[in-house]
Design a protein around this ligand. Structure first.
Ligand SMILES: Nc1ncnc2c1ncn2[C@@H]1O[C@H](COP(=O)(O)OP(=O)(O)O)[C@@H](O)[C@H]1O
Ligand SMILES: O=c1ccn([C@@H]2O[C@H](COP(=O)(O)OP(=O)(O)O)[C@@H](O)[C@H]2O)c(=O)[nH]1
Length: 292
């Protein structure tokens, strides 16, 4: 250890000084001796400190830095990474996951499905598992802090800086909390617009063994989408950030429209929803919902 070596060198130097001491150097020698004693005390303290934290498996320099700097907020950690985020929204079964896989393949994004992260959390046996499972079974929205933590972890663990966040934010509280905690504002929102009958047909035929793909839960999910998720799309539409895609078309045709949004030279296929725009998902309710 460097500090031990310094102490040894200093002691050696002092011994040489004592051996060669005479009247002329005596005063200087006393001063050096005093300094030496102070130095020894300081070194001992330092060595004790180093020993305690080394044995606690904590790097003492790292610990010192942590103790002296203010606690890092999630925002600053993600703020340093500055990821590019696209929110992929749309009703259950509108084809979000299907199109995200295509975007990943062609445009190098990382796909983060909030639903998949929550299902993985259930499987991992985490303490929140049962709560998440019950919420999903009922088609309800899991508390923001749980979903945001999972998303934040997934973003930080991945080296990519471009992410598709699929199926989140699902309500205004999700949206506001995510922006407040992470400081991330999406580049744009990809909105898959699809009528209820088509989504229902797709979900009932999805065949992925999902507990929530049964008619009772599907209806609850449609209701939650209308009441809680559409306002999020409305919010981003008012900021000119929504790119709407007609998701009722076959997969290939939908992807052609998606591609145009991600290819810079061909950009212009989307664009914000015009004022007074009516979405087909509103067939879920008797009257249409107006954006803008
Ligand atoms: N454009 C499409 N036309 C017909 N079926 C589709 C289309 N897009 C997706 N599907 C199918 O519909 C089901 C739901 O699609 P998925 O991508 O899982 O939707 P979401 O992620 O929005 O819930 C899947 O079985 C998928 O293969
Ligand atoms: O941010 C999210 C994403 C999903 N979910 C829950 O997970 C379910 C399935 O969501 P997913 O996006 O996987 O499927 P989708 O409904 O789009 O088919 C939802 O109904 C919610 O119960 C949630 O609570 N918060």
């Amino acid at each position: 250890m460097v500090s031990k070596r310094i102490v040894k060198v200093l002691l050696k130097l002092l011994r040489v000084l004592v051996e060669n001491s005479n009247r002329h150097v005596h005063t200087q020698f006393s001063q050096i001796l005093h300094l030496h004693s102070v130095f020894i005390q300081f070194s001992t303290l330092f060595l004790q400190f180093e020993f305690i934290y080394t044995n606690c498996s904590v790097n003492s320099w790292g610990l010192l830095k942590r103790l002296t700097s203010p606690p890092k907020a999630i925002e600053s950690t993600l703020g340093q990474k500055k990821p590019k985020v696209v929110f992929v929204l749309g009703g259950p079964g509108s084809g979000k996951g299907t199109q995200c896989a295509n975007i990943v393949e062609h445009f190098g994004y990382t796909h983060l499905s909030a639903g998949d992260l929550l299902r993985a959390e259930i499987k991992s046996g985490s303490e929140n598992g049962t709560m998440i499972q019950n919420m999903i079974k009922e088609g309800k929205i899991v508390p923001s802090e749980v979903t945001i933590k999972l998303l934040e972890k997934a973003i930080l663990e991945n080296e990519n800086d471009k992410f598709l966040i699929d199926g989140f934010p699902r309500n205004e509280e999700n949206r506001a909390a995510f922006e407040a905690v992470t400081g991330i504002v999406p580049e744009f929102v990809l909105f898959f617009d699809c009528p209820e009958e088509e989504m229902e047909k797709r979900l009932l035929g999805r065949n992925q063994g999902r507990e929530d793909d049964n008619i009772d839960t599907i209806r609850k999910r449609f209701k939650v989408f209308l009441e809680s998720s559409l306002p999020v799309i409305e919010h981003y539409n008012s900021k000119g950030k929504v790119r709407k895609i007609d998701a009722a078309k076959p997969v290939g045709e939908v992807f052609e429209a998606v591609k145009a949004l991600f290819t810079p030279v061909k950009r212009g296929g989307g664009g914000p929803l015009p004022r007074g725009f009516y979405v087909t998902v509103t067939s879920l309710i008797s009257s249409s919902t107006e954006f803008g």
